[in-house]
Ligand binder design. Structure first.
Ligand SMILES: Cc1ncc(COP(=O)(O)O)c(C=O)c1O
Length: 395
């Protein structure tokens, strides 16, 4: 049978990262390719107890259809936490529960972008968001990311030359894939440009709670006096990724449109896991749990940075993240990224080539992403040593 698939499907690509996962089965392989939270971060016994309690005492609510906006108690708890921890949420805003931060990002693009409209993305950026924007027919334009955040001169050039820019998508804290956190000055300058050119900002902050060094930086949403920021949050990295609980906070008018689009997509987010999440926040001290995860990643990041400092040739550069689960490594001139990734894979060490994270995948890059949340300490040490050897062999 010859299947005649849609035009839309043609632009959808399998995630390069999920493809790399397929070659990871070999015993002894070391993967720095994942984006998963550490299994040690899952509060398994608490979740077991809470699910049992819910199924015993509120089974019908857990198993019945729910409302699209989300389980009311969870919405209230999330709104309160966003206000307390991040200063987010004015009386003009609403918070809803979505099926992972991924859905919040995708729905925002869906309600704002028509075919051919432009989404400006950090270059590099999160592959899941880039693919969502592509699948909706949006055009992507990359804006370079510097040490302090978005290159504002480059952003202004893009905005002044392209009338069809609707959205700016940014991950301001512990960015995926670069690990970079933008400064407050940078955020304010970007916000001013968004105001001047009247565009919406998607602030994606799934790693915001995972700071392990340095000072907190205010979110865009906390100083969003215009109502132009859509804030996407997630429980994936602080509770469980598999339960698919995300949050979205924006001006009420935007939220009302997103709710309609969500209704069409999946009716509502899994009620049972919304109840588990609400119960965890109420009964299990989420903030204390987050502190434990921060410690875990502080340790892992330190092990990786020490290994990089010890083994990597001096002309290999890398970011030093203050939180999150990734850092970004750049090879010296003269070494081809594809040769490096292949030779590393022959040594059973897997990294994601930077190409996967570029809004324009045909652009050349010598960078790759390293994840430290999944490998063990000894794997990190051995894997980085093997990557350093790979660089030397390719000279
Ligand atoms: C930057 C970024 N945004 C959003 C997501 C999606 O998170 P969720 O599991 O909440 O859909 C991820 C997941 O890795 C991510 O790295």
């Amino acid at each position: 049978m010859n299947y005649n698939f849609s035009e839309k499907l043609r632009v959808m690509k399998p995630s390069a990262i999920r493809e790399i996962f397929k070659s990871l089965g070999t015993p002894g392989s070391i993967s720095f390719a994942a984006g998963n939270p550490s299994p040690e971060s899952f509060p398994i016994s608490d979740i077991k107890r809470l699910t049992d309690d819910i199924l015993t005492n509120q089974p019908v609510t857990a198993l019945q259809y729910g409302v699209t906006e989300g389980y009311t108690e969870l919405r209230e708890l999330v709104s309160r936490r966003l206000k307390t921890v991040y200063g987010i949420g004015s009386c003009d805003d609403d918070t809803i529960i979505v099926t992972g931060g991924q859905q919040g990002i995708e729905l925002t693009c869906k309600v704002f972008c028509s075919e051919g409209d432009i989404v400006v993305c950090e270059n590099p950026s999160f592959i899941g968001a880039l693919n969502a924007f592509r699948s909706l027919g949006a055009r992507l334009m990359g804006v370079p990311l510097c040490e302090n955040g978005i290159d504002t001169a480059a952003l202004e050039k893009i905005l002044s030359e392209n009338e069809r820019v609707k959205l700016l998508y940014t991950i301001p804290s512990f960015q995926n894939p670069s690990g970079i956190t933008s400064t407050l000055e940078n955020r304010r300058a970007v916000y001013e440009l968004a105001r001047r050119y009247d565009i919406i900002i998607i602030e994606d902050n799934p790693y915001g709670d995972l700071r392990f060094t340095g000072e907190d930086v205010p979110t865009y949403k906390s100083f969003d006096s215009d109502g132009r920021v859509v804030y996407c949050g997630s429980f994936s990295k602080i509770l469980s990724a598999g339960i698919r609980i995300g949050t979205l906070t924006a001006n009420k008018e935007i939220v009302s449109k997103i709710v309609v689009a969500k209704q069409v997509e999946d009716v509502h987010t899994n009620v049972f896991f919304q109840m588990v999440t609400a119960k965890f926040i109420k009964e299990c001290d989420l903030e204390k749990h987050i502190l434990k995860i921060r410690e875990l990643y502080r340790h892992k990041a330190t092990v990786m940075l020490e290994a990089l400092d010890r083994y990597m040739p001096k002309d290999v550069s890398y970011t030093r993240p203050e939180g999150g689960i990734f850092l970004w490594c750049t090879l010296p001139e003269g070494i081809r990224l594809s040769d490096f990734v292949s030779l590393a894979a022959e040594k059973n060490v897997f990294v994601v080539p930077g190409t996967a994270f570029l809004p324009d995948e045909s652009e050349p890059t010598r960078s790759f992403r390293l994840n430290y949340s999944m490998p063990s300490d000894s794997e990190i040490d051995k894997g980085i040593r093997l990557l350093a050897e790979t660089v030397s062999e390719l000279r």
